[in-house]
Design a binder for this molecule. Sequence first.
Ligand SMILES: Cc1cc2nc3c(=O)[nH]c(=O)nc-3n(C[C@H](O)[C@H](O)[C@H](O)COP(=O)(O)O)c2cc1C
Length: 199
Amino acid sequence: MNYLAIVGTNSDVSTNRMLLQFMQKHFSSEAEIELYEIKDLPAFMEPEDSDIPDKVAELSDKILKADGVIIATPEYDHAIPAVLKSALEWISYTSQSLTDKPVLIVGASHGALGSSRAQAHLRQILDSPELAARIMPSSEFLLGKSQGAFDSTGNLIYSDKVLELDEIFREFVLFTDITTELLAKKMLNKKAKKFSWQD
Ligand SMILES: Cc1cc2nc3c(=O)[nH]c(=O)nc-3n(C[C@H](O)[C@H](O)[C@H](O)COP(=O)(O)O)c2cc1C
């Protein structure tokens, strides 16, 4: 499997980035996980012409080529950070490359709840018609107290959380396979027209 792992923040120091770096290393025998930084994307605005910023085109292309996407989100004021929402708005407005893409949501926060409200928010956003991702159901990976969660070599030191992550990730690999099969069967019927608010 090839997964694109989106770091849902523009902070230089981020426990969500550390979580994805840990997953990249920990699951290296099962999947290739490429980390993607959204901090260089411009803030979303409806372009006057059809020009798409290079960074947006790059992200779209990487999403299209990946078997699935992992998104790690912090929680800001009970929601996802604006920079992550902006990145998703670019995808929704341009390539819609998240449509039908298997997505796993994970997240870390300094408090006890592990970005639970932001993750619920993200799930709702990804379910909108112009994004329409295939979000892995019945799964949440909530890493609370994330500032104390990693040792100096980047390993996740909460052993119960490592076991939980193992189970969720292996299920996501299966979910990716099953979704691919489902979509192949769906394609045999009729290809649905892409949704657009602009029509
Ligand atoms: C503007 C702002 C708002 C925040 N709001 C919340 C919040 O609503 N809930 C929460 O658990 N943590 C909140 N936090 C603390 C976050 O847990 C923490 O900054 C972030 O999620 C950790 O992610 P990171 O280490 O990847 O930056 C907030 C932090 C900032 C800077």
